[in-house]
Design a protein around this ligand. Sequence first.
Ligand code: SAH
Length: 235
Amino acid sequence: MAMEAEAAPVRLRLGLSAPTRLHPALPATCSRALVSGVPVRLVTAGVDERSGVDSIGTIPAAVTAWAASQQGTPRVLVSAGTAGGLDSAGARIGDLYLTHGPVVFHDRRIPLGGFARYGVGSFPSLDCTSLAAELGLKTAVFTSGDSLDLAPADERAMGSSGACVKDMESAAVAYVAHRLGVPFVGFRAITDLIDGPHHVADEFARNLAAASARLADAFPRVLGGLAAILPGRPG
Ligand code: SAH
């Protein structure tokens, strides 16, 4: 997870330990628990010492996911938190989404032959169709980039990929999961509608607490469902 405001309610809800430092060279944190017999580690990218805010975005997400994965043998990597949603594709504030299909980037424009495809990324996610139906969650294509706003070119990229959920970490963690051959799942609560009438940053700030609470409430059911469908044994 990227933001402490997103992670804190999940720690409480899952009964996770107090966060400790994940790695000496990173501000990232790690807390642990056994949730219904399944070992769970919640890792955040931590606070950026220079600016004093959460280390959101793709670079800390990838480095943190990599460092955490080297300290164990994860059965799944989940990128969880909040996201912007497309009103025109049916997203509503507070909706909970699991990933559907490949996870892409919307702001890596490299019109140089094969680099164009490289820029989009397109890393696989675990098929969560039945799990989402069982839990009453929505599914969508997730797209990531390093800006909160939506530049016209980013919007066009979202149109091409059919993405409906926009965040700043999922594709980076999906890349790490893909490199490691570990299933990836994105799990996000919608805080703002990127094509809606409100200013995205204001809407995000207004809905952050409520959306994070909804995410935390659904977390035990999502983890239980994942434990049931994932290959391999807990460990
Ligand atoms: N302005 C906020 C910064 C949050 S950035 C603050 O001052 O605290 C948004 C975070 O929530 C990122 O980690 C991202 O993954 C997610 N997010 C929520 N809405 C988003 C949107 N519309 N676009 C991109 N990321 C979004």
